[in-house]
Design a protein around this ligand. Structure first.
Ligand code: IPE
Ligand code: IPE
Ligand code: MG
Length: 232
Protein backbone atom coordinates (compact mmCIF):
# COMPACT_ATOMS: atom_id res chain seq x y z
CA UNK A 1 0.00 0.00 0.00
CA UNK A 2 1.24 3.48 -0.83
CA UNK A 3 2.77 5.39 2.05
CA UNK A 4 2.66 9.20 1.91
CA UNK A 5 6.13 10.67 1.55
CA UNK A 6 5.06 13.89 3.20
CA UNK A 7 2.36 14.16 5.86
CA UNK A 8 1.33 17.63 7.05
CA UNK A 9 -0.76 18.10 10.16
CA UNK A 10 -2.84 21.01 11.41
CA UNK A 11 -2.68 20.16 15.10
CA UNK A 12 -5.95 21.55 16.43
CA UNK A 13 -8.06 21.08 19.54
CA UNK A 14 -5.63 21.56 22.44
CA UNK A 15 -7.83 24.21 24.04
CA UNK A 16 -11.00 22.13 23.78
CA UNK A 17 -9.17 19.10 25.17
CA UNK A 18 -8.25 21.13 28.26
CA UNK A 19 -11.68 22.73 28.57
CA UNK A 20 -13.36 19.31 28.63
CA UNK A 21 -11.24 18.51 31.67
CA UNK A 22 -11.68 21.93 33.27
CA UNK A 23 -7.95 22.53 32.91
CA UNK A 24 -6.20 25.72 31.73
CA UNK A 25 -5.53 25.88 27.99
CA UNK A 26 -1.80 25.47 28.56
CA UNK A 27 -2.44 21.98 29.91
CA UNK A 28 -3.88 21.12 26.51
CA UNK A 29 -0.85 22.59 24.75
CA UNK A 30 1.46 20.62 27.02
CA UNK A 31 -0.37 17.42 26.17
CA UNK A 32 -0.29 18.47 22.52
CA UNK A 33 3.51 18.56 22.59
CA UNK A 34 3.49 15.01 23.87
CA UNK A 35 1.29 13.99 20.95
CA UNK A 36 3.69 15.73 18.55
CA UNK A 37 6.60 13.87 20.11
CA UNK A 38 4.87 10.48 19.74
CA UNK A 39 3.78 11.15 16.18
CA UNK A 40 7.30 12.24 15.22
CA UNK A 41 8.73 9.01 16.63
CA UNK A 42 6.14 6.95 14.75
CA UNK A 43 6.56 8.73 11.42
CA UNK A 44 9.98 7.19 10.76
CA UNK A 45 8.71 3.70 11.54
CA UNK A 46 5.81 4.13 9.12
CA UNK A 47 8.18 5.16 6.34
CA UNK A 48 7.08 8.79 6.22
CA UNK A 49 9.97 10.92 4.94
CA UNK A 50 8.67 14.35 5.84
CA UNK A 51 6.35 15.29 8.70
CA UNK A 52 5.18 18.88 8.88
CA UNK A 53 3.48 20.15 12.04
CA UNK A 54 1.63 23.47 12.06
CA UNK A 55 2.59 24.84 15.48
CA UNK A 56 1.95 28.59 15.32
CA UNK A 57 0.28 30.62 12.60
CA UNK A 58 0.72 34.28 11.67
CA UNK A 59 -2.86 34.67 12.92
CA UNK A 60 -2.16 33.09 16.32
CA UNK A 61 -0.67 36.44 17.46
CA UNK A 62 -4.30 37.48 17.90
CA UNK A 63 -4.53 35.27 20.99
CA UNK A 64 -4.09 36.75 24.47
CA UNK A 65 -0.43 37.58 25.22
CA UNK A 66 -0.41 35.10 28.06
CA UNK A 67 -1.28 32.20 25.77
CA UNK A 68 1.26 33.31 23.15
CA UNK A 69 3.90 33.41 25.90
CA UNK A 70 2.91 29.98 27.11
CA UNK A 71 3.17 28.56 23.59
CA UNK A 72 6.61 30.11 23.04
CA UNK A 73 7.73 28.78 26.43
CA UNK A 74 6.58 25.27 25.57
CA UNK A 75 8.36 25.44 22.24
CA UNK A 76 11.56 26.59 23.92
CA UNK A 77 11.27 23.71 26.37
CA UNK A 78 10.52 21.19 23.61
CA UNK A 79 13.63 22.13 21.64
CA UNK A 80 15.81 22.00 24.75
CA UNK A 81 14.54 18.65 25.98
CA UNK A 82 13.94 16.82 22.69
CA UNK A 83 16.74 17.88 20.39
CA UNK A 84 19.06 15.17 21.64
CA UNK A 85 16.55 12.38 21.03
CA UNK A 86 15.61 13.79 17.64
CA UNK A 87 19.26 13.98 16.67
CA UNK A 88 19.88 10.38 17.83
CA UNK A 89 16.87 9.10 15.90
CA UNK A 90 17.94 10.45 12.54
CA UNK A 91 15.50 13.35 12.53
CA UNK A 92 16.42 16.48 10.61
CA UNK A 93 14.71 19.63 11.88
CA UNK A 94 13.49 22.30 9.48
CA UNK A 95 11.38 25.39 10.10
CA UNK A 96 9.00 27.12 7.71
CA UNK A 97 7.53 30.51 8.49
CA UNK A 98 9.10 33.69 9.76
CA UNK A 99 10.66 32.25 12.92
CA UNK A 100 13.44 34.84 12.80
CA UNK A 101 10.90 37.33 14.13
CA UNK A 102 10.58 35.39 17.40
CA UNK A 103 12.57 36.13 20.59
CA UNK A 104 16.35 36.16 19.87
CA UNK A 105 17.11 33.40 22.38
CA UNK A 106 14.49 31.17 20.80
CA UNK A 107 15.85 31.89 17.32
CA UNK A 108 19.35 30.95 18.52
CA UNK A 109 18.03 27.75 20.07
CA UNK A 110 16.21 26.82 16.89
CA UNK A 111 19.20 27.61 14.68
CA UNK A 112 21.37 25.43 16.91
CA UNK A 113 18.89 22.56 16.64
CA UNK A 114 18.70 22.90 12.85
CA UNK A 115 22.46 22.82 12.62
CA UNK A 116 22.77 19.93 15.06
CA UNK A 117 20.45 17.74 12.94
CA UNK A 118 21.36 18.98 9.46
CA UNK A 119 23.16 15.77 8.45
CA UNK A 120 20.29 13.46 9.45
CA UNK A 121 18.18 11.86 6.75
CA UNK A 122 15.74 9.34 8.22
CA UNK A 123 12.85 11.74 8.84
CA UNK A 124 12.55 15.44 8.23
CA UNK A 125 10.50 17.18 10.90
CA UNK A 126 9.24 20.50 9.59
CA UNK A 127 7.75 22.82 12.18
CA UNK A 128 5.60 25.63 10.78
CA UNK A 129 6.26 28.51 13.12
CA UNK A 130 4.93 32.01 12.69
CA UNK A 131 3.84 30.54 9.37
CA UNK A 132 1.14 31.92 7.08
CA UNK A 133 0.74 30.75 3.54
CA UNK A 134 -0.38 34.13 2.25
CA UNK A 135 2.62 35.88 3.83
CA UNK A 136 4.88 33.23 2.27
CA UNK A 137 3.34 33.86 -1.17
CA UNK A 138 3.53 37.63 -0.80
CA UNK A 139 7.24 37.33 -0.13
CA UNK A 140 7.66 35.19 -3.27
CA UNK A 141 5.75 37.76 -5.31
CA UNK A 142 7.87 40.61 -4.00
CA UNK A 143 11.02 38.71 -4.86
CA UNK A 144 9.82 37.98 -8.39
CA UNK A 145 8.62 41.57 -8.96
CA UNK A 146 11.93 42.96 -7.73
CA UNK A 147 13.92 40.76 -10.10
CA UNK A 148 11.70 41.78 -13.02
CA UNK A 149 12.08 45.45 -12.15
CA UNK A 150 15.86 45.04 -11.98
CA UNK A 151 15.78 43.61 -15.48
CA UNK A 152 16.93 40.16 -14.33
CA UNK A 153 13.73 38.31 -15.05
CA UNK A 154 11.47 38.03 -18.09
CA UNK A 155 7.91 37.59 -16.73
CA UNK A 156 7.22 35.09 -19.51
CA UNK A 157 9.69 32.70 -17.88
CA UNK A 158 7.83 32.59 -14.53
CA UNK A 159 6.50 29.08 -14.06
CA UNK A 160 5.37 26.73 -11.30
CA UNK A 161 8.86 25.38 -10.69
CA UNK A 162 10.23 28.89 -10.18
CA UNK A 163 7.56 29.66 -7.58
CA UNK A 164 8.16 26.30 -5.86
CA UNK A 165 11.83 27.18 -5.58
CA UNK A 166 11.12 30.45 -3.81
CA UNK A 167 8.81 29.02 -1.14
CA UNK A 168 9.99 28.13 2.38
CA UNK A 169 9.35 24.51 1.33
CA UNK A 170 11.62 24.72 -1.75
CA UNK A 171 13.63 21.61 -0.86
CA UNK A 172 10.70 19.47 0.29
CA UNK A 173 8.23 17.35 -1.69
CA UNK A 174 4.63 18.68 -1.52
CA UNK A 175 2.42 17.12 1.17
CA UNK A 176 0.69 13.94 -0.02
CA UNK A 177 -1.63 13.88 2.97
CA UNK A 178 -2.99 16.73 5.07
CA UNK A 179 -4.56 15.84 8.40
CA UNK A 180 -6.53 18.29 10.52
CA UNK A 181 -7.71 17.21 13.94
CA UNK A 182 -10.58 18.41 16.15
CA UNK A 183 -13.35 18.29 13.55
CA UNK A 184 -12.64 21.69 11.96
CA UNK A 185 -12.63 21.54 8.19
CA UNK A 186 -10.58 24.49 7.00
CA UNK A 187 -6.98 25.24 6.04
CA UNK A 188 -6.43 28.31 8.26
CA UNK A 189 -3.82 29.81 5.91
CA UNK A 190 -1.71 26.66 5.74
CA UNK A 191 0.32 25.69 2.64
CA UNK A 192 -2.23 26.95 0.12
CA UNK A 193 0.11 26.47 -2.84
CA UNK A 194 1.73 23.25 -1.65
CA UNK A 195 -1.56 21.44 -0.92
CA UNK A 196 -2.82 21.76 -4.52
CA UNK A 197 -3.04 17.97 -4.91
CA UNK A 198 -2.83 16.70 -1.35
CA UNK A 199 -5.34 14.20 -0.01
CA UNK A 200 -7.28 15.83 2.83
CA UNK A 201 -8.28 14.00 6.00
CA UNK A 202 -10.35 15.64 8.72
CA UNK A 203 -10.66 13.70 11.96
CA UNK A 204 -12.71 14.51 15.06
CA UNK A 205 -9.95 13.47 17.47
CA UNK A 206 -8.61 16.40 19.48
CA UNK A 207 -4.87 16.81 18.90
CA UNK A 208 -3.75 15.74 22.43
CA UNK A 209 -5.59 12.44 21.86
CA UNK A 210 -3.99 11.84 18.46
CA UNK A 211 -1.63 8.93 18.97
CA UNK A 212 0.55 6.54 17.05
CA UNK A 213 -2.48 4.44 16.08
CA UNK A 214 -4.28 7.54 14.77
CA UNK A 215 -1.33 8.23 12.48
CA UNK A 216 -1.25 4.61 11.32
CA UNK A 217 -5.01 4.78 10.59
CA UNK A 218 -4.52 7.99 8.61
CA UNK A 219 -1.77 6.40 6.56
CA UNK A 220 -4.00 3.39 5.88
CA UNK A 221 -6.85 5.70 4.81
CA UNK A 222 -4.44 7.43 2.44
CA UNK A 223 -3.26 4.09 1.05
CA UNK A 224 -6.81 3.18 0.03
CA UNK A 225 -7.33 6.35 -2.01
CA UNK A 226 -6.88 6.78 -5.73
CA UNK A 227 -4.90 9.84 -6.76
CA UNK A 228 -5.39 11.10 -10.27
CA UNK A 229 -3.70 14.48 -10.59
CA UNK A 230 -6.17 15.44 -13.26
CA UNK A 231 -5.46 12.38 -15.40
CA UNK A 232 -7.34 9.12 -15.64
C1 IPE B 1 -4.04 24.03 18.46
O1 IPE B 1 -4.98 24.01 19.48
C2 IPE B 1 -2.74 24.63 18.89
C3 IPE B 1 -2.44 25.93 18.28
C4 IPE B 1 -3.17 26.58 17.42
C5 IPE B 1 -1.20 26.56 18.70
P1 IPE B 1 -5.92 25.26 19.78
O2 IPE B 1 -5.24 26.11 20.79
O3 IPE B 1 -6.29 25.94 18.53
O4 IPE B 1 -7.17 24.54 20.43
P2 IPE B 1 -8.70 24.90 20.25
O5 IPE B 1 -8.96 25.03 18.77
O6 IPE B 1 -8.92 26.18 20.98
O7 IPE B 1 -9.42 23.74 20.86
C1 IPE C 1 -4.54 26.56 13.05
O1 IPE C 1 -5.31 26.37 14.19
C2 IPE C 1 -3.14 26.94 13.42
C3 IPE C 1 -2.35 25.91 14.07
C4 IPE C 1 -2.70 24.68 14.28
C5 IPE C 1 -1.04 26.32 14.48
P1 IPE C 1 -6.21 27.56 14.78
O2 IPE C 1 -6.94 26.96 15.93
O3 IPE C 1 -5.40 28.74 15.04
O4 IPE C 1 -7.18 27.85 13.56
P2 IPE C 1 -8.56 28.62 13.49
O5 IPE C 1 -8.34 29.99 14.06
O6 IPE C 1 -9.55 27.86 14.31
O7 IPE C 1 -8.92 28.63 12.04
MG1 MG D 1 -7.86 25.82 17.27
Amino acid sequence: MAVPRHVAIIMDGNGRWAKKRMLPRIAGHRKGIEAARNVTRAAGDLGIEVLTLYAFSTENWRRPAEEVNDLMGLLRHFIQTDIEELAQNGVRLRIIGNYKALAPDLVALIDGAIERTAQNSRTTLVIALNYGSQAELVSVMRDVAQRARDGNLDPATIDEAMIDNLLDTHDLPPPDLLIRTSGEQRLSNFMLWQLAYAELLFVDTLWPDFGVQSLADAVADYGARERRFGGL
